[in-house]
Design a protein around this ligand. Structure first.
Ligand code: AHG
Ligand code: MN
Ligand code: MN
Length: 339
């Protein structure tokens, strides 16, 4: 007997029914994100054929070279989201400041923060890339979004998720801890995201996988070095028996961690004293998904979801994955700083 076919639209409506107070606005917001994801997926899957590969020659607020697909994804999301009346503003990795809703459109009570294309360095080599999104309630008075509406802790997110454009296109989202984390796989033949991974839970025991860019080892703190030595079983460290897997696209490294377990790390290092990954549209949304699936997300000392960013593009070190492995990372970093 075929399992029942549940589209993301049906799932969102069912979830909404569980929250009587939820307005249809929020569901419509998620539909629009799913639409933008389909449009980006179509372009990503043609990337080798049409002129969306390569660099634009511009650099973004992060000082990184902007890829054409970064621009395309940015454009698609803004155009899909700016006119429906759900948002008071948007924040993107690709824009220095808040993206206002044009005066001709109705505004709403949500804020959308997003990384339009994550893993840009992998675009030209056909390695999985992604999009990450975070949704907050508007908290300031008045119609238009302000910094106050954007600089909220991750624990206040109304919803968060990501799309991974890989061997298949998958959308994973959560409406917070009690809502669980759910995965939908795009069936391009009907243009629908179908529920394929209901209630994702990080497996216990987790796969013995650690994920970090080991090239930076010499620039890590002593505690970070000892932690990876532990996973490598070096210098008589108790650990060992781990595999190392690092794709270089946060969304792909996280998606693997979510499905099989393990520990993803982007630690601080001498050249990135605050870490590299951005709080608002990379760390916080994935932290919400991870915690909803029974995992943990830390900056090495405290929960990522408790961090209140001071700037739109503030960064944080990130330890994401199986609960006890994140705890272990915090322990090694604490001991490293005490020795
Ligand atoms: P983005 O492409 O949105 O700038 O993000 C890239 C990030 C993230 O996807 C990945 O985990 C990290 O950069 C890889 O950084 P390193 O190349 O320093 O390992
Ligand atoms: Mn990114
Ligand atoms: Mn990006």
């Amino acid at each position: 007997m075929r399992a029942k076919v549940v589209t993301i639209d049906r799932h969102i409506i069912d979830q909404e029914r569980k929250h009587p107070g939820a307005s249809g606005r929020f569901s419509a917001l998620l539909y629009d994100i799913a639409l933008a994801a389909k449009l980006i997926s179509r372009e990503v899957n043609k990337a080798g054929l049409v002129d969306v590969l390569g660099k634009t020659g511009a650099t973004n607020v992060q000082g990184e070279e902007v890829q054409k697909l970064d621009d395309f994804a940015q454009e698609v999301i803004v155009k899909a989201m700016d006119h429906a009346g759900h948002l008071c503003c948007m924040v993107s990795e690709e824009c220095d400041d808040i993206i206002p809703i044009p005066g001709k459109f109705e505004t709403g009570n949500y804020v959308l923060l997003f990384d339009p294309l994550d893993g840009s360095s992998n675009i030209g080599v056909n390695v999985s890339i992604g999009t990450i999104f975070s949704i907050h309630h508007k908290v300031s008075p008045g119609r238009h979004g302000t910094l106050e509406d954007c600089l909220q802790p991750g624990s206040r997110q109304v919803a968060a998720g990501y799309i991974v454009y890989g061997s298949s296109t998958m959308l994973v989202y959560t409406t917070g801890k009690d809502g669980g984390a759910h995965g939908f796989t795009l069936d391009p033949s009907i243009g629908e995201f179908l529920l394929s991974h209901p209630n994702i839970r990080l497996p216990e025991p987790p796969a013995r996988i650690y994920s970090v860019n080991e090239a930076y080892y010499p620039r890590w703190s002593p505690g970070q070095q000892r932690l990876v030595d532990h996973f490598r079983g070096m210098n008589g460290e108790s650990g060992g028996g781990y595999k190392s897997r690092y794709i270089g696209s946060l969304v792909s490294d996280f998606h693997r961690t979510l499905l099989v377990g393990g520990l993803f790390m982007y630690p601080l290092e001498k050249r990135a004293p605050a870490g590299k990954l951005r709080i608002l549209y990379e760390a916080a949304p994935l932290a919400l998904v991870c915690e909803a699936a029974g995992g943990r997300a830390s900056d090495g000392a405290r929960d990522v979801l408790d961090i209140v960013p001071k700037g739109l593009h503030d960064r944080t070190p990130l330890f994401l994955g199986s609960r006890h492995l994140v705890d272990l990372a915090e322990q090694y970093l604490r001991e490293g700083s005490e020795s």
